[in-house]
Structures are given as structure tokens and as C-alpha cells.
Design a binder for this molecule. Structure first.
Ligand SMILES: Cc1cc2nc3c(=O)[nH]c(=O)nc-3n(C[C@H](O)[C@H](O)[C@H](O)COP(=O)(O)OP(=O)(O)OC[C@H]3O[C@@H](n4cnc5c(N)ncnc54)[C@H](O)[C@@H]3O)c2cc1C
Length: 361
């Protein structure tokens, strides 16, 4: 059975690898660019699972599936490909500011405990002792989530591609999928390199999913939300070099990436006029200032790079969008992951695998 995946960000690559382990599938992935160049290439890779406020239903189930799968996926990919995937296993530390609902955190801690996960609520004395780099008058404590992770989204995506290739998947980079040959699309799509036929099409094209589904007269409305971030080089680690969790507070992440370097981000900027989002320099400056307010030593760091990317956010419906394209039995959507595409890629791949297996059996 032939499966075509459109898009090779973290979501398309995760699907390709997961499906490559199902017998009898002949898989081809198309991307108009090289892998991990769109939203995925800009992501910070913070996997907010246990520490998220999602506690039930699909939203929590997907997070749980991903958290569990990442623990086996990373060593599996490293062994298969010989590549290193930077994977921070030291957890996520969420700073609590004055006025924050500590009772709410305590409730979440109990819920997570009953679900088999840990959260620790630290008072200021404990926070200062364990993370002396954090020094801000308005912080009243922190929530530490030891089972949450952070990883390098580009390294992960390239490893997924290499592992899928190893398992027989074909990748065609630099090829755009244009849409249907006829309005009565059945099993063919047009690309810049001619038409392609498949039993299943999986649309994992992020923001490109909108024009593609529009061509099939079934537009799924996914809009961009800009995120800017920066790479700071301090030259030495903040605080205790043996304990470098990703730190988050007031929606700003401080992500250790080794050698005293940190990624800091990201802004959340909505389009003002159509799909146009001019990057607001002041917002990036305020993200940096917030990071410095939490960890004053960062004021000494130099900015070695700034970048931005567009998050694919579904309009008027919750993220992500996973399931059949209405009216098409063999077109699956795996898109619109907005702020959590790296976190949710393994669970998305699993869901697509289940849909294909259950319908093909
Ligand atoms: C600054 C920033 C920080 C972020 N931080 C995090 C984070 O910490 N944790 C987290 O989980 N998520 C984070 N995200 C969100 C995350 O990046 C996205 O949710 C995720 O990358 C979406 O992956 P994707 O594969 O669906 O889309 P993309 O990475 O955008 O990939 C889609 C691919 O489809 C291809 N494509 C589109 N149309 C076509 C076509 N017609 N034909 C062929 N190819 C096509 C594109 O070239 C692209 O490669 C962040 C995003 C940004 C911008």
C-alpha cells in the first residue's frame, strides 16, 4: 500500500518513521524545502507535558503518549542512525511569580501524582539553594517537573529522516505538492515533478496545509503566529553546572544548550493585517529583559543569533488538527500543532498509524 506524506517538519518526519515500522507500507515524503526548515527549525523544543495544565481527554492523552514515547524514541534513533540528539533529561522548572495560584499548582501536583507523574513545589529558599542563578524579587517559588524534557527539534527531525530512510522510506525534497489534478480528487495529486498516486495521503504541511486543502475545496484554516527567539552565549553555565533544567516563567523559556549557551524565547505575535506579521523588535527585547530579570547573570551574555518562525495555529478550533479531511476517505490531516508540535509529534504519528492500520486491516 502506498502512503504519501506531505511535509517534512517534525510532524511529517515522525509520521514517516512510525509508519516505516508497519509492514507492507511503501512510504514517500515530499517537502518543498529541505527537512526542518519551517516552524520546526525555529522551535525551542521545550516539551511541556507533565507541567502543562491539560489533565484529561485527548489533550492529556496525547501529551502522555508523547512523554512516554520520547524516552524510548531518542535512544532508538541514536542507535539506528549514529547521530546525537541533544535531549535534556533534567526536567523543566517553572517559576512562580507573586499572585500566582499556588493552590492550583498543588491540585495539579496531586492529579499528576494519581496519574503516575511527579511535580515538586519549591519555596523560595529551596529554589535559591538549588538554582542560585534565579534571583528576582517577585518570585515566590517554583514548580519542578523532573519527567518533562527539552530537545533539539532540528537534530530530532534529521534523525527521524535518517532512521526512516534506513527503514526504506523515500524522501523527495525540493518538490512542492500543488493540489488535485481534478476537482474530483481520488487518489492522485499534482506536484512540481508530475503527478503522484497513493492509497493514503497525509497532510503534515503546517501552514502549507491551508492552500493545499483549499485546492481540494475543503480548506482547513491554519494561520501563522510569529515567534522570535535569541541565542545567548554566557561562556559558563548559570548556577550549578550539574543541574541545568529548562527554566520557564511568564511564558519566557531559558533553555540550556551546552557550553554556557542558552536559547531564550519566544514572542507570540499575531497577524495584524491578513497574514502579515512584521517582527516587533521591542517584543524580542522584552523577552530578553524578562530572562535577565529572572537570571541577572544573563545580562553579561552576548547575543550570537536571533531568529523567528511561524507557528501553525488552527483558526476557531483547538490545536492540533488530526483526522480525515472531511469528504475524503484517504486524506489524513496531521497539522495545526501551534505551540506544541515538537511535544505532540510522537503522539500524532501514533494516531496516524492507528488510523491507517485500522482502516487497512
Ligand atoms: C519560536 C518558536 C518556538 C517554538 N517552541 C516550541 C517548543 O518549545 N515546543 C514545541 O513543542 N513546539 C514549539 N514550537 C512549535 C513547533 O515549532 C510547531 O508546532 C511544529 O514545528 C510544527 O511542525 P510541523 O511539522 O507541523 O510544521 P513545519 O515544521 O512548519 O513543517 C511543515 C513542512 O511542510 C512543508 N510544506 C508546506 N506546504 C507544502 C507543499 N504544498 N508541498 C510540499 N511541502 C510543503 C514545509 O516546507 C515544511 O517543511 C515553536 C515554534 C516557534 C516558531
Amino acid at each position: 500500500m502506498n502512503v504519501v506524506i506531505i511535509g517534512c517538519g517534525v510532524v511529517g518526519a515522525a509520521i514517516a518513521y512510525e509508519l516505516s515500522q508497519v509492514k507492507g507500507l511503501n512510504i514517500t515524503v515530499f517537502d518543498q524545502q529541505p527537512p526542518a526548515k519551517a516552524s520546526t527549525g525555529a522551535a525551542l523544543g521545550v516539551l511541556m507535558g507533565v507541567i502543562s495544565h491539560k489533565i484529561k481527554g485527548k489533550a492529556w492523552q496525547m501529551r502522555q503518549t508523547s512523554i512516554q514515547r520520547y524516552e524510548t524514541l531518542i535512544p532508538e534513533l541514536e542507535a539506528l542512525t549514529g547521530r546525537q540528539i541533544p535531549f535534556n533529561r533534567q526536567g523543566i522548572l517553572s517559576l512562580c511569580l507573586e499572585g500566582e495560584d499556588l493552590a492550583g499548582w498543588e491540585k495539579l501536583r496531586e492529579t499528576r501524582h494519581s496519574q503516575g507523574y511527579q511535580l515538586e513545589i519549591w519555596d523560595n529558599a529551596k529554589l535559591k539553594h538549588i538554582c542560585p542563578q534565579v534571583n528576582h524579587g517577585k518570585i515566590i517559588g517554583a514548580v519542578y517537573s523532573p519527567q518533562d524534557r527539552q530537545l533539539d527539534p532540528t537534530a530530532l527531525t534529521l534523525a527521524l529522516v535518517a532512521a526512516a530512510q534506513h527503514n526504506g522510506v523515500t524522501f523527495k525534497f525540493g518538490v512542492s505538492v500543488l493540489g488535485s489534478l481534478t476537482p474530483e480528487f481520488s487518489s492522485q495529486l499534482e506536484t512540481t515533478e508530475g503527478k503522484i498516486t497513493a492509497d493514503w495521503f497525509v497532510i503534515a504541511a503546517g501552514l502549507g496545509s491551508t492552500p493545499l486543502t483549499a485546492k481540494l475545496n475543503q480548506m482547513v484554516d491554519i494561520r501563522p503566529v510569529l515567534g522570535q527567539a535569541l541565542h545567548l552565549s554566557l561562556g559558563h553555565p548559570l548556577g550549578n553546572s550539574d543541574f541545568q533544567p529548562a527554566i520557564t516563567g511568564n511564558d519566557v523559556h531559558i533553555v540550556p544548550v551546552g557550553n554556557g549557551d542558552y536559547w531564550v524565547g519566544a514572542t507570540v505575535e499575531f497577524p495584524t493585517n491578513g497574514d502579515e506579521i512584521p517582527a516587533d523588535v521591542e517584543l524580542l527585547v522584552s523577552v530578553k529583559q524578562q530572562a535577565i530579570a529572572f537570571c541577572p547573570e544573563l545580562a553579561q551574555a552576548t547575543i550570537t543569533r536571533t531568529w523567528s518562525g511561524l507557528r501553525p495555529r488552527p483558526e476557531g478550533r483547538p490545536a492540533p488538527v488530526i483526522g480525515k479531511l472531511p469528504g475524503f476517505n484517504h486524506v489524513l490531516l496531521a497539522t495545526g500543532h501551534y505551540r506544541n508540535g515538537v511535544l505532540l509529534a510522537p503522539a500524532t504519528a501514533w494516531a496516524i498509524r492507528e488510523m491507517i492500520i485500522s482502516e487497512s486491516g
